[in-house]
Design a protein around this ligand. Structure first.
Ligand code: 1CP
Length: 398
């Protein structure tokens, strides 16, 4: 089911709006009109009493190395060079839409784009992932972190704008950033870590300095997300706290949540109507979820939806459903290594459990990786769509 449209439409969009490398930014700043949204499944999943034919679907890390066309376009390109070219970033963002029937596009960028703009020297190693050359080693090093030069992130908003125009309302555009704790971990570890010992040393030994850096990242992340919405046209935003599970719940609540609150409040003050999805990976305990849900009381909830991983308990699910928050997730990506039968079975179990809420977005519990096969990914999507529709019909009949 090859759908050539998204990339064709990108070219047509560029022609129609007479966009060139030179004038893209000026056009973005003067014309903030976007095509009418015809696929509202994702946006509807954030409304009470939404009516839908099936739950919407997209996948974390849907643009990436498991796609041959991604490997092709990245063959002779540096990762951050690709991110910084809005035409390339938009094309990569649209690649999975050519392959699959999905309801969202997540902008091709990285959670390290912001810290890079804040003075961290980061390279993306094709094997090892991100490497920070000037990681924070001493408390004095925090003076090296600076507010980003506004120019340095404009390329993200350009890429979002171009993508939103090319989507033509057929998918929802998602912007994102890393959560302060995860970004901070990279800043001190310098690369992917197994034990997170440096992070823990900072949290427990240099607590005040850690708080200072977390708050600074939080303020800049809020502005970065606001700009993704107001300048780039992102319709939903997601915060990735991928390393949230590295410290115990009690410390997550005491050391991490205050900075997260700064981010959430800063964002919601400016964008109260833009849905925000929180992903605190491996931090699924009821005490943390209750602390999150407490932030959602009042007129403007700070979080609209939770991306869940696969080990979430029923107790937590019920709390989220009762508080009227959207649920996104949560099929273990490893299942896609399995047979069609196992994919079918696990999708069915996921839907039986999670589609009980109307506010449901189908997704994986974590990102796709280079060893995933395109055909298995397709099976997952087709099976999810088929079963979600059946579930909906059953619900009407019952
Ligand atoms: O479709 C998409 O999701 C593309 C956009 C995207 C997003 C949302 C990329 C592109 N990265 C991210 C988020 C991201 N980056 C996270 C949070 C989500 C998660 O937990 O997976 C994290 C932790 C990173 C950091 C990062 N960047 C890693 C992980 C390293 C680790 O510690 O495990 C890696 C390998 C990258 C590189 C990267 N970022 C994105 C892509 C497509 C790639 C691979 C580049 C390549 O293969 O050449």
């Amino acid at each position: 089911m090859d759908n050539p449209e998204p990339l064709k439409i990108l070219k047509e969009t560029i022609d129609k709006l007479k966009i060139t490398k030179e004038n893209l930014r000026e056009i973005r700043k003067t014309n903030q009109t976007f095509p009418r949204q015809t696929n509202t499944r994702i946006l509807d999943a954030f409304q009470s009493f939404a009516q839908f034919d099936r739950a919407p679907i997209w996948m974390m890390r849907q643009a990436g190395r498991y796609l041959p066309e991604f490997k092709e376009i990245m063959k002779n390109r540096d990762f951050f060079d690709a991110c910084q070219d809005p035409f390339i970033a938009a094309e990569i963002t649209l690649q999975p839409l050519k392959q699959f029937e999905i309801d969202a596009a997540i902008i091709f960028s990285d959670i390290l784009t912001l810290p890079k703009a804040m003075g961290m020297e980061i390279v993306m190693d094709k094997e090892k992932g991100p490497i920070i050359k000037n990681k924070l080693e001493t408390v004095e090093d925090i003076n090296r972190i600076k507010s980003p030069d506004p120019e340095s992130l404009e390329h993200v908003y350009d890429a979002l704008y171009l993508t939103r125009q090319a989507l033509q309302g057929k998918q929802t555009l998602i912007g994102f950033c890393g959560a302060p704790f995860t970004v901070f971990s990279y800043m001190v570890e310098g690369e992917t870590s197994k034990m997170f010992l440096k992070t823990k040393k900072w949290v427990y030994q240099y607590t005040q300095e850690t708080r200072k850096v977390l708050d600074l990242i939080a303020r800049e992340s809020a502005q970065y997300l606001i700009n993704q919405v107001k300048e780039g046209g992102a319709q939903v935003v997601q915060i990735f706290d991928s390393f949230a599970g590295q410290i115990p719940p009690i410390d997550y609540i005491e050391f991490v949540l205050p900075s997260l609150r700064i981010l959430l409040e800063g964002f919601k003050q400016e964008c109260p109507n833009t849905p925000l999805i929180m992903f605190a990976k491996d931090q699924n305990g009821v005490e943390v979820i209750l602390a999150f849900l407490k932030m959602c009381l009042g007129e403007t909830p700070l979080i609209d939806g939770f991306q869940l991983d696969s080990n979430v308990s029923d107790e937590v699910l019920i709390k989220i459903i009762e508080s009227d928050r959207t649920i996104q997730g949560n099929l273990e990506p490893g299942v896609l290594y399995g047979t069609q039968q196992i994919i079918k079975k696990r999708v069915s179990q996921m839907i039986e459990k999670l589609q009980t809420t109307r506010r449901y977005i189908m997704n994986l519990s974590h990102g796709l990786t280079p060893d995933h096969e395109v055909e298995k990914v397709r099976q997952f999507i087709q099976e999810s769509i088929r079963q979600s529709k059946l579930y909906k019909v059953r619900e009407i009949l019952e």
